[in-house]
Design a protein around this ligand. Structure first.
Ligand SMILES: *[C@@H]1O[C@H](CO)[C@@H](O)[C@H](O)[C@H]1NC(C)=O
Ligand SMILES: *[C@@H]1O[C@H](CO)[C@@H](O)[C@H](O)[C@H]1NC(C)=O
Ligand SMILES: *[C@@H]1O[C@H](CO)[C@@H](O)[C@H](O)[C@H]1NC(C)=O
Length: 401
């Protein structure tokens, strides 16, 4: 029998700000837009991590009356910043701390060194059922996860003293089974928790054809440590143990990234903006293609790709705006300045014709909704939804069902 764990823990209350217009687009120049069903992030609380699941309404907004929270069975954590201050928003220095693929959701537990898998109920996507038990990540401070449907394999990225990548075979019935005896180490010399954001791992993802697993690692300019892209080729359905490492010319601190084809990546770089990178599928080397400096940026770190608009939407933790980058040219095509008064945004995600961005602060987590149905170059700010009483600056990761 299926049992739904910890549905409707009501410690978190949501306050909804009205969407700008009932259909999301005001005077109707744009189509109403397709919507996804639900959105998820993790609280990443050191006292007990939970996934918050919020239904998406037919106008793209969030239904604040029907959210639920689901304990992951692990704890969150936060990295350290300069002078040993606990990191504020972006405590994991990562993209993809929560990932949804098919009917499965994966969430990292940075404070317990485990990875949790849930099944999503397709009829009630805020109902999550944990599958099996949280699995050891064979390293410290896991911050990001990738899943390949073709390989039925999940791989997790550790950022602490024991860093690196561990992979699992995935079954919707039985959960995560380790494929490795130990993690693939980078030995970048971090502590647990890591000191960042520079000099930490950033993101992990498969190419769409599942022929490579890619990891982004930030350099550390003050200590002259170069960042790199690590590409693990997939041979006979298995992620290889040794990566091909590249240092794309001009990169500083490669962060969250989106694959836009089997060879092309739009990566953020906290040092200057974005970089279009090219993967050579034969040699597995990655080279810089287009370097884009974003004017006035502080730390451009997260990406979300819409195949429909052909754009990658990037966020900055200290600038309260979205920069829209053309996936083909790698150049900025438009900017949306939010009017919600927040400091900036971390993780973002595309669901149907809508973009969602996460903006955690000391007492609440905001999710802003942006309409994309008008196509490339036409972002519309639609509204912002607040979650308080239990979710705060520890929150990280954003995924869509
Ligand atoms: C989570 O942290 C608490 C202390 O806050 C500890 O008692 C508990 O064992 C931890 N749980 C896990 C799964 O690490
Ligand atoms: C920060 O912590 C590390 C390790 O605990 C210690 O070696 C270092 O001196 C501390 N730095 C400051 C500025 O307190
Ligand atoms: C966004 O705000 C900046 C200044 O903060 C301004 O220079 C820019 O023109 C604005 N862009 C748009 C599209 O509103």
């Amino acid at each position: 029998m299926r049992s739904f764990v910890s549905i409707a823990v009501t410690a978190i209350s949501l306050t909804q700000y009205a969407l700008a217009a009932p259909n999301g687009y005001g005077s109707g120049q744009c189509p109403p837009g397709r919507t996804a069903k639900a959105i998820y992030f993790q609280t990443n609380m050191p006292t007990g991590n939970s996934v918050v699941a919020i239904p998406i309404m037919s106008n793209g907004g969030l239904d604040t009356s029907k959210y639920s929270t689901h304990a992951t069975g692990g704890n969150g954590s936060a990295g350290m910043e300069a002078m040993n201050v606990t990191a504020g928003p972006d405590p994991l220095f990562s993209q993809d701390a929560v990932v949804v693929k098919g009917h499965m959701l994966f969430a990292t537990n940075a404070g317990s060194n485990t990875l949790t898998m849930f099944n999503i109920d397709p009829r009630h996507p805020t109902c999550l059922t944990m599958v099996g038990k949280p699995a050891s990540t064979m390293g410290d401070f896991p911050v990001a996860v990738a899943y390949s449907k073709k390989l039925k394999t999940a791989c997790v990225l550790n950022s602490g003293a024991s860093d690196g990548v561990a992979c699992y075979s995935v079954s919707a019935r039985t959960g995560l089974k380790p494929l490795d005896k130990s993690a693939r180490k980078f030995n970048i010399g971090q502590s647990t928790p890591p000191v960042g954001p520079t000099g930490t791992v950033s993101d992990i993802f498969f190419t769409p054809d599942s022929k490579s697993l890619i990891v982004m690692v930030k350099g550390n300019p003050p200590t002259n440590v170069a960042g790199f892209v690590a590409v693990f080729p997939v041979h006979n359905g298995k992620v290889s143990l040794t990566p091909v490492k590249s240092n794309p010319t001009g990169s500083v601190a490669l962060f969250g990234s989106s694959m836009i084809s089997n060879t092309d990546i739009i990566a953020t770089d906290a040092g200057f903006g974005t970089m279009k990178l090219k993967l050579n599928p034969q040699t597995h080397a990655v080279v810089a293609d287009v370097k884009t400096t974003i004017a006035g940026q502080a730390a451009t770190c997260w990406t979300a790709f819409s195949a429909k608009t052909g754009s990658v939407y990037v966020t900055d933790i200290k600038m309260n705006r979205i920069e829209e980058v053309s996936a083909s040219s790698g150049k900025v095509v438009s900017v949306l300045n939010f009017t919600n008064g927040n400091m900036g945004n971390i993780d973002d995600a595309v669901g149907g014709d809508f973009l969602y961005t996460l903006s955690p602060s000391t007492k609440k987590v905001d999710i802003a909704v942006v309409g994309l149905a008008c196509g490339q170059g036409n972002m519309k700010e639609l509204g912002t939804f607040s979650i308080a009483n239990g979710a705060n600056q520890f929150s990280q990761g954003l995924a869509i069902y």
